[in-house]
Design a protein around this ligand. Structure first.
Ligand SMILES: O=c1ccn([C@@H]2O[C@H](COP(=O)(O)OP(=O)(O)O[C@H]3O[C@H](CO)[C@@H](O)[C@H](O)[C@H]3O)[C@@H](O)[C@H]2O)c(=O)[nH]1
Length: 450
C-alpha cells in the first residue's frame, strides 16, 4: 500500500488493509514516520500488516520536517508531492525486496514503471468519490496545454459524463483550477499525474458502491478502457476506544439529539473572518455545540482567532476543541443530533452511516461533488447556502442547523426518512463484506491473468 501522504488517503488504505488481512492476506504499508504515529492504533492485524516508514526528503519551501499534508496549508501540497516523488528510490528498493503480488497506490504515477520491473501488478485505488474522477480526471476532459484551465471550462462536464445533477456550478470549480498548473520535475500538472496513474495501472479500484455511483464508475471504465473494481466504503465496523473523559461527561449533560457537532477534516484552514462567522452561526442557532476546526490561516492557535468575548458568552453550552477529536466516537454519542461537516469523502460516509442530521459546508472540489451526491441524489442532507464569493454567513448556517434540528419541520423530517432508508440499505454488513469479497476475487483473477 502506498497512499498519498494525507490522512484522508492513508486512513482508507489502512481500513482496506485490515479487511484484506482479515481474509488472511499479508500487507506492507509504506508511509512517513509521523503518519505511523497517527495510524498505528488502527492496525487491527499487526501480525499481517507491517508498516514500513520512508524518509521524507526536505523540499525547499516546505517547513522543515514536513511529512504529511495535514501539517501544511493546501497551497503547499504540490511541494509535498515533489517530496513524495523523491521517495521513489526507497519505494523501488522496498518493492524489490518484498516482491508483493500487488501494489495499491493513488497519486504516485511512477508506481507502474517500477512495479513492472519486478512483475508486480498495479492497482490505482482512488479514495475520493467516483464522480470527481469522472468529471475532472478522464481523457475526455480537455485540459489546455499552454494555459490554465478556466472556471467556465471546468463547469462544463466532459463528453458523455453521466449526470446533470452532480456537476460543478458557478464558483464551485474554482478550487480545482490547480489541476492544470505545472510543477516539479518534468513540469507535470496534477491532471497529467493522476490520469497517468490511472492509465498505466493494471486495474482501477474505487472506494465506492454501485448503488450510489454505478454510472460514474462505468464511465471511468470506458474512458480508460480498464476494469474498475469497487471496494465499497470500507468503514471500520465499530469506533475504537473510549470517548475522552471530559468531552464524554460534557456531552452527557445534554438531552438526546440536542448537540451540534462540527468538524472539517484534516485539510481545511479557513480564513479568520469565515472561521469567526461560523462560530457566531453556531451561537446564533441556540443549540449546544462542539466545534473541531483547525486554526484559521495566519493564526498560530484557535484561541487567537476566537471572536471577542466568545468563550465567556458560550461557556457551558459551546466547546471549541483545540485539536483532533474522536469523530467516530462523537458521532455515536446519543446527545449529538446534527453533524455539520465539509463532506470530505471519509466524513461523507461517516455521516451517512450515523443517525445524525447532516448539514454540509463543502470547500474543495471533490467535497462539492460529494455534497451533491448526498443532497441532490440521495436527499439525506442539506447544504448551507453560500453568498457572493462563497461566503457562508452566520444566518445561513444557523438557518440550516435549525431546519435539521426542528423535529416538526417538513424538510428535516424528509431528510431524516431518506437518511434512515439509505443507512439501512448501504450500511448492512452483508453489502460491505460482499464488496470486499468480490474485490479479493477480482485481485485473484488479475493475478492469474498474464
Ligand atoms: O478532528 C477530527 C477530524 C477528522 N477526523 C477523521 O479524519 C477523517 C477525515 O477524512 P475526510 O472526511 O475525508 O476529510 P479530509 O481529511 O479533509 O479529507 C481529504 O481526503 C478526502 C479523501 O479521502 C477528500 O475527500 C477531502 O476533500 C480531503 O480534504 C475522518 O475519518 C474523520 O473521522 C477525526 O477523527 N477527528
Amino acid at each position: 500500500m502506498f497512499p498519498w501522504f494525507a490522512t484522508g488517503h492513508m486512513t482508507p488504505f489502512l481500513h482496506l488493509s485490515n479487511e484484506l488481512a482479515k481474509r488472511g492476506h499479508k500487507i506492507t504499508f509504506l508511509l512517513p514516520h509521523k503518519a505511523l504515529l497517527q495510524l498505528q492504533h488502527l492496525n487491527h492485524y499487526p501480525h499481517l500488516i507491517t508498516f514500513h516508514t520512508l524518509t521524507i526528503p526536505h523540499v525547499q519551501g516546505l517547513p522543515h520536517g514536513t511529512e504529511t499534508a495535514s501539517e501544511i496549508p493546501i497551497s503547499l501540497n504540490h511541494l509535498l508531492v515533489i517530496a513524495m516523488d523523491r521517495t521513489r528510490d526507497q519505494v523501488e528498493q522496498t518493492l524489490g525486496t518484498m516482491k508483493p503480488d500487488f501494489v495499491l497506490y493513488d497519486t504516485a504515477y511512477w508506481m507502474p514503471q517500477i512495479a513492472k520491473k519486478f512483475g508486480i501488478k498495479t492497482i490505482c485505488y482512488t479514495v475520493v468519490c467516483a464522480a470527481s474522477t469522472a468529471i475532472v480526471l478522464v481523457p475526455a476532459r480537455n485540459v489546455p496545454k499552454d494555459r490554465l484551465i478556466s472556471e467556465e471550462e471546468l463547469s462544463n462536464p466532459p463528453q458523455g459524463y453521466p449526470s446533470s445533477k452532480v456537476v460543478l456550478k458557478g464558483t464551485e470549480a474554482r478550487s480545482l483550477l490547480f489541476i492544470s498548473l505545472p510543477f516539479g520535475e518534468g513540469n507535470m500538472t496534477f491532471y497529467d499525474r493522476t490520469t497517468r496513474a490511472l492509465r498505466e495501472s493494471d486495474a482501477i479500484a474505487i472506494r465506492t458502491i454501485r448503488e450510489i455511483e454505478g454510472s460514474f464508475c462505468d464511465y471511468i471504465g470506458t474512458q480508460y478502457g480498464k476494469k474498475v473494481f469497487l471496494t465499497g466504503p470500507v468503514l471500520p465496523n465499530e469506533a475504537v476506544g473510549k470517548l475522552e473523559e471530559n468531552l464524554g461527561s460534557w456531552l452527557e449533560g445534554f438531552s438526546p439529539g440536542s448537540v451540534v457537532f462540527c468538524a472539517f477534516g484534516s485539510q481545511i484552514n479557513l480564513e479568520k473572518e469565515q472561521f469567526q462567522e461560523l462560530l457566531l452561526g453556531f451561537e446564533l442557532s441556540g443549540f449546544p455545540f462542539l466545534v473541531a476546526l483547525k486554526a484559521p490561516n495566519g493564526c498560530e492557535s484557535v484561541e487567537e482567532a476566537l471572536p471577542e468575548g466568545f468563550e465567556e458568552r458560550v461557556k457551558g453550552i459551546g466547546v471549541i476543541s483545540r485539536g483532533w477529536v474522536q469523530q467516530l466516537l462523537i458521532l455515536k454519542h446519543s446527545s449529538v443530533g446534527c453533524f455539520v461537516n465539509h463532506c470530505g469523502f471519509g466524513s461523507m460516509w461517516e455521516s451517512l452511516m450515523s443517525d445524525k442530521q447532516i448539514v454540509l459546508v463543502p470547500h474543495l472540489g471533490d467535497q462539492m461533488l460529494n455534497t451533491k451526491l448526498l443532497v441532490e441524489e440521495l436527499g439525506v442532507a442539506v447544504e448551507v447556502e453560500r453568498g457572493e464569493n462563497g461566503w457562508v454567513s452566520k444566518e445561513e448556517l444557523s438557518k440550516a442547523i435549525k431546519l435539521m434540528m426542528d423535529g416538526d419541520c417538513e424538510v428535516g423530517a424528509k431528510v431524516k426518512r431518506n437518511h434512515i432508508m439509505w443507512k439501512e440499505s448501504v450500511g448492512s454488513s452483508n453489502l460491505m463484506n460482499g464488496y470486499i469479497d468480490r474485490f479479493v476475487q477480482n485481485l485473484q483473477d488479475i493475478c492469474m491473468s498474464k
